[in-house]
Write a protein that binds this ligand. Structure first.
Ligand code: PTJ
Length: 256
């Protein structure tokens, strides 16, 4: 990994970039994953590289859903495995969710490497290598495990493909997406849309789980019932607009 000095103004962003590049070198992340990361970085810049208030609300609701779920599953792809392996394992542990590797650019070798990588970060069993069930999709993200995503009631899908998100919702599942683009098909079709960087979102969710684990099922249900996903998406767009206005204003550029 290239040495990035801690006082570099773009330290967090550059470290994330290094982790993705390392993921490609380790054969965990796909080459296409680099492009996806670049797109994510651009949206993160627009939103101000911070967790906006509505994203924190969505993260709390996501935790409530994971805690009331009977069969929660966290879906892992090549980007999240490289960026946040330890956080994925911790969140699965404290919410009781299963981890399942599910890839768009699927290969058995990459699935096994990701499973081993998660195990090296403390995971017990990791699903995804069986592929004994199929969602009604023409691409390989449709290949899932019967005891995992196929029969899950709540699925957390960081950096998801729009088609599969829609399909999971159509199957009656609660789908929690983490996607920095508030207008992606995934963001628009998920039950809960977290417009935040996966690196911040998972840490926040771990923190919220520790707090909310003490709550009763009734209290968790109240958090869920008070939620409005459309409002959260609208707020993310507003946050982008306001951040850009502030940036422009600071430079004396008139916002027309
Ligand atoms: O490992 P695989 O084969 O399953 O492939 C994974 C990728 C990510 C390559 C694949 O799912 C893909 O092509 O994704 P997309 O369609 O490019 O969608 C990625 C979405 O995630 C985009 O809307 C990005 O803005 C967003 N995104 C990228 N990086 C981050 C992010 N959202 C949150 N945090 C990020 N770090």
């Amino acid at each position: 990994m290239t040495h990035i000095p801690k006082d570099h103004p773009r330290y967090a962003s550059l470290i994330t970039r290094e982790k993705i590049a390392e993921g490609v070198q380790m054969g965990i992340t796909s080459l296409q994953g680099l492009v996806a990361q670049g797109r994510g970085e651009a949206f993160d810049y627009l939103i101000g590289e911070r967790t906006i208030e509505s994203a924190a609300i969505a993260e709390r609701v996501a935790v409530a859903y994971l805690l009331v779920a009977k069969r929660p599953v966290i879906s892992v792809n090549g980007n999240t495995a490289a960026l946040v392996p330890g956080a994925l394992v911790s969140l699965a542990d404290i919410t009781g969710a299963k981890l399942e590797v599910n890839l768009f650019h699927r290969s058995d070798a990459r699935i096994h490497r990701i499973i081993e990588h998660l195990k090296a970060h403390g995971a017990g069993s990791v699903l995804g290598s069986r592929g004994d069930a199929r969602l009604d999709l023409s691409h390989e993200r449709g290949i899932v495990d019967k005891e995992g995503i196929y029969t899950a009631d709540v699925v957390l899908v960081p950096l998801e493909d729009g088609d599969r998100c829609q399909k999971l919702v159509e199957m009656g599942k609660i789908v929690i997406a983490i996607d920095l683009n508030p207008l992606s098909r995934t963001s628009l079709s998920a039950t809960v849309t977290i417009v935040d960087n996966v690196t911040r979102a998972l840490e926040n969710m771990i923190h919220f789980t520790k707090e909310m684990k003490k709550n009763s099922q009734k209290q968790l249900q109240e958090v869920i019932d008070s939620y409005d996903n459309k409002k959260v998406i609208a707020d993310a767009m507003y946050a982008i607009q306001e951040h850009l206005k502030n940036l422009a204003g600071r430079e004396g550029i008139e916002w027309i």
